[in-house]
Ligand binder design. Structure first.
Ligand SMILES: Nc1ncnc2c1ncn2[C@@H]1O[C@H](COP(=O)(O)OP(=O)(O)OP(=O)(O)O)[C@@H](O)[C@H]1O
Ligand SMILES: [Mg+2]
Length: 239
């Protein structure tokens, strides 16, 4: 589904250069559920935004769903993003003045879908997240978990191949976080690839695989502490 090779991204401000991604190489198989973990500032959001074509990178190659997306124009990037990818954010990012139905409608309008097809897609995705009875509610009239379910419905309505979720349970208590995780698992079981950033090891353990980032690179946790060779170990004894 996703194949990144040696992706680097540097943020430059007047005074500092931050290497947000450094020669990052990551493959995610279609249909899998992957958790992305790592300390604050290690590049998780940058990775997700790059994967979702919300952000560009400096060097490296990226194939998304078999297509080379390394050098696309902005318009092409937004078309692919709108067609293939659903985003879920920690802060839900719903539009406060739009009710539940209209929030889910936003990406579908952008796609230029006819009204009847949009209505059906909205109702189906709100059914999946269990919020069909809240169509006219504003985000402020919903609980945090419900708001996140609306955001998931919005991501789902466009039938994406890939869902990118950046700490989707970060603002929720553990019961609600588990509900959201159940929902993401259910969505994944229908064949949608899910990549989720989380700080919660229990949730990460429910994913098929974990990707650990450190300083913009993928690390192998087992290889994190280089194992000294027998000779080296002998040499350090008694130092
Ligand atoms: N727009 C930006 N301009 C400059 N530097 C940035 C920008 N966005 C991110 N960075 C830097 O890039 C690095 C990676 O940031 P990123 O947001 O990807 O981290 P993260 O792993 O998602 O952290 P957290 O767990 O706190 O969300 C950080 O050092 C950050 O300061
Ligand atoms: Mg982040």
């Amino acid at each position: 589904m996703l194949e990144m090779k040696n992706i680097s991204k540097v943020y430059r401000t007047e005074h500092v250069e931050t290497h947000a991604l450094s020669e990052l190489t990551v493959t995610v198989e279609a249909g899998s559920f992957v958790a992305v973990m790592g300390p604050s500032g290690c590049g998780k959001t940058t990775f997700l935004n790059t994967a979702g074509l919300l952000d560009t990178f400096d060097t490296g190659t990226y194939h998304l769903d078999g297509q080379d997306v390394s050098k696309l124009k902005d318009r092409e990037m937004s078309r692919i993003r709108n067609e293939k990818i659903g985003f879920i954010f920690q802060t839900f990012n719903l539009i406060p003045d739009l009710n539940v139905f209209d929030n889910v409608d936003v990406p579908l309008r952008y796609r230029g879908m006819p009204a009847g097809a949009r209505r059906q897609a909205i109702q189906e995705s709100l059914d999946i997240v269990g919020l069909s009875s809240r169509l006219k509610h504003l985000p402020s009239q919903l609980s945090g978990g419900q708001q996140q379910r609306v955001a998931i419905a919005r991501a789902l309505a466009g039938t994406p191949r890939l869902i990118l979720a950046d700490e989707p349970t970060g603002n929720l208590d553990s019961a609600m976080a588990n509900d959201i995780m159940d929902l993401l698992e259910k969505i994944n079981e229908t064949g949608t690839t899910v990549i989720m950033v989380t700080h919660d090891p229990e949730l990460a353990n429910r994913a098929h695989r974990q990707i650990h980032l450190l300083d913009g690179r993928q690390i192998d946790l087992e290889m994190d502490e280089p194992v000294p060779l027998a000779g080296d170990r002998a040499a350090t004894v008694g130092e």
